[in-house]
Design a protein. Structure first.
Lengths: 107, 120
């Protein structure tokens, strides 16, 4: 099974900051990497699919990059509504594992 | 618009069974793969199972393999998760989720979840 490791596990930042979250796969997953945002008490929401494609309705300040085993989610300028937990998930093969999550909170 | 509404959650004793349902609307269920994802209290997301658009292929997380069964009734626009031999560690919010494609590509819509509590 493919393991997904996110770093950092938590992060404190300020409105306007540029933030990068990393996701590493235990083996190559090509570009089959997706990012989700989850706020407390809510269902997750798709942000980025297939490494770098922005989901319809997601703000353009979110971007994704990477290939193979190493991937990043970048928020170019943090907004108050971006404070949430972020998860990566691969869709290369079943089981489709998630990373452990990165909690982003206000500094 | 796409709607996924889970039901069937509740409190159940260890070793017992429970069946979750997910009513889909706003899209043609028969064209898409579907997933179950769970989240234990205060923990991260755990992918549970996926079923291909026609039910032809199904895959499970190791943690539920042999105990849980994913199925679908496209004529009733409904997804199911049969959970047997439940354990305390199965306690979680269970989300029904739609895949973007006919098998598994990425999850583009999620339900609001149903809470399953396994406790004596």
């Amino acid at each position: 099974d493919i393991q997904m490791t996110q770093s950092p596990s938590s992060l404190s930042a300020s409105v306007g900051d540029r933030v990068t979250i990393t996701c590493r796969a235990s083996q190559s997953i090509s570009d089959y990497l997706n990012w989700y945002q989850q706020k407390p008490g809510k269902a997750p929401r798709l942000l980025i699919y297939t490494t770098s494609s922005l989901q319809s309705g997601a703000p353009s300040r979110f971007s994704g990059s990477g290939a193979g085993t190493d991937f990043t989610l970048t928020i170019s300028s943090l907004q108050p509504e971006d404070f949430a937990t972020y998860y990566c998930q691969h869709s290369y093969s079943a089981p489709l594992t998630f990373g452990q999550g990165t909690r982003l909170d206000i500094k | 618009q796409v709607q996924l509404v889970e039901s069937g959650g509740g409190v159940v004793q260890p070793g017992r069974s429970l069946r979750l349902s997910c009513a889909a609307s706003g899209f043609s269920l028969s064209r898409y793969g579907m997933h179950w994802v769970r989240q234990a209290p205060g923990k991260g997301l755990e992918w549970v199972a996926v079923i291909q658009y026609d039910g032809g292929s199904k895959f499970y997380a190791d943690s539920v393999k042999g105990r849980f069964t994913i199925s679908r009734d496209n004529s009733r626009n409904t997804l199911f998760l049969q959970m047997n031999s439940l354990r305390a560690e199965d306690t979680a919010v269970y989300y029904c989720a739609k895949d973007h494609g006919s098998g598994w590509t990425y999850i583009d819509y999620w339900g609001q979840g149903t809470l399953v509590t396994v406790s004596s």
